[in-house]
Design a protein around this ligand. Structure first.
Ligand code: SF4
Length: 210
């Protein structure tokens, strides 16, 4: 089975195993998702949700983030990795959104990636999960690893992997495929100990013997 033929079968099996998957990050508006996604780099979603529970209670609007003393915002995000840089980016982004986008998170890839600390992965997550717009495919560490192991890409660079996935994935699945690969990566195909025995993809996966 070649890669093109394999993908529909992979999607079919993963969709059955993980019906209606969605992000594990808690949010109730696009800016909250932007904050949570920036905080989630190299940090577990569970820890981010713990931090944002208090953060979202204290900071109610984009302007609240823009106007807060930076040290306070850093203190309020202090349990995640790289909180100083992340808080700085969140505040700088909030200021731009207030000044240039009428306090609304922009809905295009170009505008989103113009914000500090926002690259294609984060922009894809916001567009897909907050607005239902699928301009690309979010490639995180799980998507990267599983795409390679499943033979969907030969690249290691996330932007090239995204292009490879976009070329073979139907557009209506662009939002979904990230979630599916993330769920499967967390549960079965972990970085250090992939559980080939339990894997529903093992008979079509070229890495089942690694
Ligand atoms: S067979 Fe193994 S390497 Fe392939 S997707 Fe499943 S767990 Fe991952």
């Amino acid at each position: 089975m070649n890669t093109q033929d394999k993908l529909p079968e992979i999607l079919k099996r993963l969709n059955k195993a993980y019906p209606k998957p969605k992000t594990a990050l808690n949010f109730s508006d696009p800016f909250q998702l932007l904050v949570a996604t920036i905080l989630s780099a190299q940090t577990t979603d569970a820890l981010v949700n713990k931090v944002t529970e208090n953060l979202f209670r204290k900071y109610r609007t984009v302007k609240d983030y823009a106007d807060a003393p930076l040290e306070t915002l850093q203190k309020d995000t202090g349990s995640v990795n790289f909180y100083k840089t992340k808080a700085k980016n969140i505040q700088a982004g909030a200021k731009i959104i207030v000044a240039q986008f009428n306090s609304q998170v922009p809905k295009t890839m170009n505008e989103l990636t113009s914000l500090p600390g926002v690259a294609r992965k984060t922009a894809n997550i916001i567009l897909s999960n907050a607005f239902g717009i699928h301009e690309g495919i979010a490639v995180d560490t799980h998507v990267k690893r599983l795409s390679y192991r499943l033979g969907l890409t030969k690249n290691a660079d996330p932007v090239k992997i995204e292009k490879d996935l976009m070329a073979i994935t139907p557009k209506k699945e662009w939002g979904n495929i990230s979630h599916l690969l993330i769920f499967h990566g967390r549960k079965i195909c972990q970085a250090k100990k992939p559980d080939h025995q339990e894997c529903i993809l093992s008979n079509i996966c070229p890495s089942r013997n690694i």
